[in-house]
Design a binder for this molecule. Structure first.
Ligand SMILES: NC(=O)c1ccc[n+]([C@@H]2O[C@H](COP(=O)([O-])OP(=O)(O)OC[C@H]3O[C@@H](n4cnc5c(N)ncnc54)[C@H](OP(=O)(O)O)[C@@H]3O)[C@@H](O)[C@H]2O)c1
Length: 242
């Protein structure tokens, strides 16, 4: 029987685990960043592998035959490591990458630093910042006011001087997002192009209220990797292995 590693930490990873378990021998893997994470069904391991060398060792020790990478589109380091190790070990590897959002009229940038530069250039004053815990540092020196929404709290040292922190995780709903933008007099939304339905309501709310959007584009995938964009396609890829 084929034994698979499913790199997760996303709703798609959990949905795929639910679809494959128990018919397929899979181990899901989470980074362990979030306290009390939503767990996939079936066997789960938690924590980093220890870089490329640790991942290589783990795949060999655990007799893994193939890897499905359902990590978040911005989890570029994990994806780079998995692509490299699977290529070296000649293990089948697929990336499940949910389709990106259409940026429409958004100011598209390629890093958090560029997003902060765009905010300064446009002189936005009250920003809804949703780029996640690790995206906050780029805004630390900004004089603007930020409503920062993240799953886990950023380090105190990287918070901008004027801010309010909201710790929560999606899914988020349109009416609530509209109310949030109105209540805080938000004049710009800063987001990553995460894609998916769980967090897209903020874009619809911003469009409805004519709030400009600064969107960080996804990091590129490693060259030559096989990709699918839905859980069903990933399950079909797994079927094709046997
Ligand atoms: N980045 C986001 O915006 C975002 C949003 C929602 C969910 N997530 C989820 O949160 C996790 C961490 O994301 P990240 O952006 O911090 O990743 P990252 O920057 O690509 O990875 C940093 C390190 O974290 C460890 N790691 C990441 N994903 C892992 C996994 N699924 N299983 C085991 N180790 C993992 C690896 O450590 P070692 O080098 O020690 O192996 C990796 O080198 C991922 O599972 C991702 O799917 C991320």
């Amino acid at each position: 029987m084929t034994r698979l590693l499913l790199l997760g930490g996303t709703a798609e990873g959990r949905a795929l685990a639910a679809r494959l378990h128990p018919h397929v021998d899979i181990v899901s893997s989470l980074a362990g960043r979030v306290p009390d994470p939503a767990l996939p069904v079936g066997p789960v391991r938690i924590g980093g592998f220890g870089g490329v060398d640790g991942l290589r060792r783990w795949l060999v020790d655990e007799h893994i035959d193939a890897v499905i990478d359902a990590t978040h589109p911005f989890a570029a380091t994990m994806t780079a490591h998995a692509a490299q190790v699977c290529s070296e070990l000649k293990k089948p590897y697929v990336v499940l990458a949910r389709p990106p959002w259409d940026p429409c009229d958004a100011i598209v940038v390629t890093s958090d630093t560029q997003a902060a530069e765009a905010v300064a250039r446009q002189q936005f004053q009250r920003i809804f910042l949703t780029t996640g815990r690790s995206g906050v540092a780029a805004f630390a020196g900004s004089p603007a006011w930020f409503l920062i929404r993240a799953v886990t709290a950023p380090d105190d040292t990287v918070l901008p001087r004027r801010h309010q922190l909201v710790l929560s995780r999606g899914p988020y709903h349109y009416d609530d997002e509209v109310q949030l933008l109105r209540q805080h007099h938000i004049d710009a939304l800063v987001t990553k192009n995460s894609g998916g339905d769980m967090t897209r309501a903020k874009l619809n709310a911003a469009a409805a209220l004519d709030v400009p959007v600064v969107m960080v584009a996804r990091p590129p995938l490693p060259a030559g990797v096989t990709t699918v964009s839905t859980v069903a396609q990933a399950a079909a890829w797994v079927d094709g292995l046997s």
